[in-house]
Write a protein that binds this ligand. Sequence first.
Ligand SMILES: Cc1ncc(COP(=O)(O)O)c(C=O)c1O
Length: 364
Amino acid sequence: MTSFDELPIRDDLRGLKPYGAPQAHVRVELNVNENTHPVPADVVDDIMRRIHVALGTINRYPDREFTALREALAGYLGHGLTAENMWAANGSNEVIQQLLQAFGGPGRSVLAFPPTYSMHSIIAAGTGTQWIPAQRDAEFEISPATAVAAIQAHQPDIVFFCTPNNPTGTPVSVETIAAAYDATEGIVFVDEAYAEFAPEGEPTALTLLEGRPRLVISRTMSKAFAFAGARVGYLAADPAVADALRLVRLPYHLSALTQAAAEGALAHTPAMLAMVDDIRGQRDRLVRELAVLGYTPYPSSANFVLFGGVRDPQDVFDKLLAQGIIIRDIGLPHHLRVTAGTEAETTEFLDALAALDGSINGAL
Ligand SMILES: Cc1ncc(COP(=O)(O)O)c(C=O)c1O
């Protein structure tokens, strides 16, 4: 067995680490920001029926344009969007990869504001796009002036935002996104994977799409829709963006089974999103109770909470895991991230954490 470094691999991939969230199947899984509520049984039945129908023609390639799915996605998002504005792939990770294949690549750069979703830089590396990290303001915020200054300093081809941001939960304002758009001639990409968990009435970047053909907004069915295993992500943008992605996507990239399942889930949107309010409630509870325990949680608009004040994150991670609870050490010193689960899961996590002696910075 040789290591990949000994193979004739691309020089720019040598020494890199793959995405590596631990995937332990334990009692309480609060590590990768999934929706921990299962899909309702009647929706599962309808999806099964649709998959059964799709299997009737599975000897044929699927609709390469996934037109019915794009129509359903546009209908779900609203904001005057139509199927022409939509694109989808196997998870928003693949959407982002296609975006960088079309608009990034060797000799091009993407500016981003870490700490942010770890796959953004990994996809940049995989597509040979230079990754330029820029500073955030205090409390992980990004003001319009901060974004514009970074763009002027680095002149990137693409600017990445993530709102609410993973792993911090921080929203990015539409003012910042609009200012960034005006400051660049490149693509402005906004990852809104957790948008459904944001407070009611918080404007999404979708409100900015009209008249901004270089603005691209991705969403996913993995989080609020409780559909992570189905692998369905999508974007909204000017129809020309979808045309550009047609140049790089593999033909028939969305299987007929995926399309049928996603259309089924979207046909039951209210039932699929019914748990979002509960999850928001558990998230707000995590923020309150982590503070009471002596940690320093950050306000979150997503379905997870980042908290600081942890003396030894690896130790806390290990001790919780030993009790069948997995959360996430995202590599920020003295911080951990936890997904808001069901009420029972959240209680288990908080009780187990409360019982750990000496885990709070300065507690001893
Ligand atoms: C900010 C962000 N974007 C995208 C994704 C990936 O989602 P998908 O399952 O659609 O590939 C995640 C998953 O954790 C995420 O946190």
